[in-house]
Design a protein around this ligand. Sequence first.
Ligand SMILES: Nc1ncnc2c1ncn2[C@@H]1O[C@H](COP(=O)(O)OP(=O)(O)OP(=O)(O)O)[C@@H](O)[C@H]1O
Length: 392
Amino acid sequence: MIEAVGLTKRYGDKTAVFNLSFQVRPGAVTGFLGPNGAGKSTTMRMILGLDAPTAGRVTIGGRPFRQTPNAPRQVGALLDAKAVHGGRSARNHLLSLAQLSGIPARRVDEVLAVVGLHEVAGKRSKGFSLGMGQRLGIAAALLGDPQVLLFDEPVNGLDPEGILWVRNLMRQLAAEGRTVFVSSHLMSEMALTADHLIVIGRGRLLADMSVTDFISANSADFARVRIPDTEPELREKLSSTLSGAGGQVMPEPDGALRVMGLPLPRISDLAHEAGIRLWELSPHQASLEEAYMRMTQGAVDYRASADQRSGLMQEVRPGFAPPPQIPDVPQQGWYAPPQQQGPAPAVPPVPAAPGAGGVPPVPPAPLDPRIAPPAPPAAAPAAAPTTSEDPR
Ligand SMILES: Nc1ncnc2c1ncn2[C@@H]1O[C@H](COP(=O)(O)OP(=O)(O)OP(=O)(O)O)[C@@H](O)[C@H]1O
């Protein structure tokens, strides 16, 4: 098991990792997620004793890595696939690592076969593609047949078949009872590979939960509401009405509103009572990738670091949420007018609830992944011209 307690790393005045506490357990694939610059590699380097924590500690099997006896046979890692002497063949690279760690030479051919590089084992690694380099790095991690494995972005540069292969390999290693810790910035990939997720942003812990819990906590239902484009002033009125009734309202890029926390019939009734015609009222489910983006973008939003200035992180204006993936094929039971040709209309700011003072932007979705999603809509919208069937 890997255990971090209050792990913190500062580089000068830059805090790369702050007060991280988590456990990575054996017998499962634990995904380590966060956007670029979140602190994943720094954390992995501290786990492997390559960087010293500024504060806190991290242990593998109860000891710091540097005090682990016969470490290469206990812990294997892929941190940087390019950290290979390009003039050496794949086999010679692995042979030199095996000799340094007292691992028998026959193990080299075993791992070359496992990663599918046996046919190019005699070729110099400088001619390898990115994907082949990743496979060679994975072979090096497997060399000592370790119980604990760390992989930093192992699917980088792999084609779909390679990604599937890595996914299956991770799962197999975990099924053998090993501790498998895999970093990625792809939620969609981790949702398929990992059993457990640790999500960080700005070096801080955002979520530590099973994939199942993450999915049920974050795959929130929402409604899209659209009124006639000729009545933009009513859009603000509708937004205020829905916010006042407890909904979370966010503007969509095409001029519609995204509403969370209110069932479709209630939205329909509120619009009807306010005398507002609806052109669209449709149920949707936020994708996991989108929920993850929103969660981590929220963390980046507070970042006042060189990363934003250097463009590593895009500044997010308050109230902005990434455009949703709206299905091309309408779900059964809802009506939407045909898409407009040409550029989408500009999205005016959406006011908050009446009495809030001014027109502050609508708050973004909650950052806490444990906040329960709003109840799914239970019945059909009543407002014309939507259908009267249950859209679900
Ligand atoms: N040696 C260093 N000196 C100064 N700053 C560093 C150093 N290493 C990392 N950082 C900074 O610490 C932060 C975390 O970096 P890190 O590489 O750990 O993030 P990451 O989550 O692995 O990102 P990526 O997905 O891009 O690899 C970044 O802002 C980075 O610029």
